[in-house]
Ligand binder design. Sequence first.
Ligand SMILES: *Cc1c(COP(=O)(O)O)cnc(C)c1O
Length: 465
Amino acid sequence: MPSPRKQHYTRIPSVDVVLRDNKFEALLDQYGHASVRDAIRGTLELLRQSLAEGDAVDVGLAAIFIQVKHALDLLMAASLKPVFNLTGTILHTNLGRAPLPDVAVKAMVAAAGTVNLEYDLKTGNRGQRDAHLEGWITRLTGAEAAIVVNNNAAAVLITLNTLALGKDAIVSRGELIEIGGAFRMPDIMQRAGCQLREVGTTNRTHARDFEAAIGPDTGVILKVHTSNYQVYGFTKSVSETGLADLAHGCDVPLVVDLGSGSLVDLERYGLPHETTVRETLENGADLVTFSGDKLLGGPQAGIIAGRADLIERIAKNPMKRAMRLDKITIAALGAVLRLYANPDRLCDHLPTLALLNRSAADIKAQAKRLRPIVATALKTVAKVDIKPSRCQIGSGSLPVDRLDSYTLTLTPRIENDVALRQLSASLRALPQPVICRISNGTVVLDLRALTDEKEFVAQLSLFTG
Ligand SMILES: *Cc1c(COP(=O)(O)O)cnc(C)c1O
């Protein structure tokens, strides 16, 4: 007598039998033999477990087919997908920072094929990939020259490595920043092969501190934008112009890592002032480094702008090859930079600026439109209220400034942590996941960055609390 367990097993068809069934032909054609075989194996294994646990399961080929197809669909779905950023942080690093404008998307598609990336169409000779961007960066910043790499961390790394390899990089103790993840200025300096010379104290650094540190081993003076914090109270730092005077007095370059770095005066859009790249260069910085996907509103990139002789040295650094931009990013960044040619229309075309510029009244009106719809969809799980909030720009841009916004605040009918987590998980499980934050026993949906209202509403019918 076979054991009951054995008996159950024998009812499950073998992988080969399933593979030979003609229902699976289309799957084999679409996904290939190995993937389908693995999916069948996985599915049969699950059935076997269910049977062993005494569950009633359908082991017919039709049922197996549905499970295998489901497993393959999951396997083949892209894991990177659009989400709604309702976190209240506009430039959210974990959510891909700046949403790109349509012109950039079109440019990326156009660049996907064969392009004149490093080919000079006039002469028929080899060209420079950065030439597609340099002219625009210099035009918009007043810099003599510019070069681009994969991100601002790379920009800082290659700049320090080029100017201060085996030498001192002098920086104020108050600016030895850590910016989320693994970007710590002291670590970057070490990897760049330069010696960190900290001067001053956490809250106060004087010109005389720099003077005392400058010597024959000095490679660079670095000023770092304190992107994600501010020191209040009894503070002192040396101005850019002051640092430039010191640096140039002893023939050392001044590098300013601006982090976000704006190309336009944000005040003209009613936003707080953020030092522009042009101002920083005018203040005497020899090189400025900044991100492409922060306030600039473009794709991930690091831009270095400033003195032509220094940019040329960076271009010759072998590291540049390992950090160069790809054609898709060059296309997108170029399209974004060209939008800056007309600052008056920038808000209409650049999503990042449009989001930052949205009026609180507009967001409130949206909240009023959405509240009853969301309340109906979530009727059994949560109560929905409109609350004013303060948005954060994010990614270390304008760290202490907040923008007035409005939220839909969801209070679960069952008031405990499990219900809260369940509610936010259900929102994340929607086809276009809704990413929100949890605060004071509520799930908070900040609406400032909700542009695609239609799509947001359309998928609410799929919400299953
Ligand atoms: C954001 C930031 C960086 C890193 O830039 P990425 O584009 O994220 O690589 C470096 N320095 C400062 C001051 C920053 O704010």
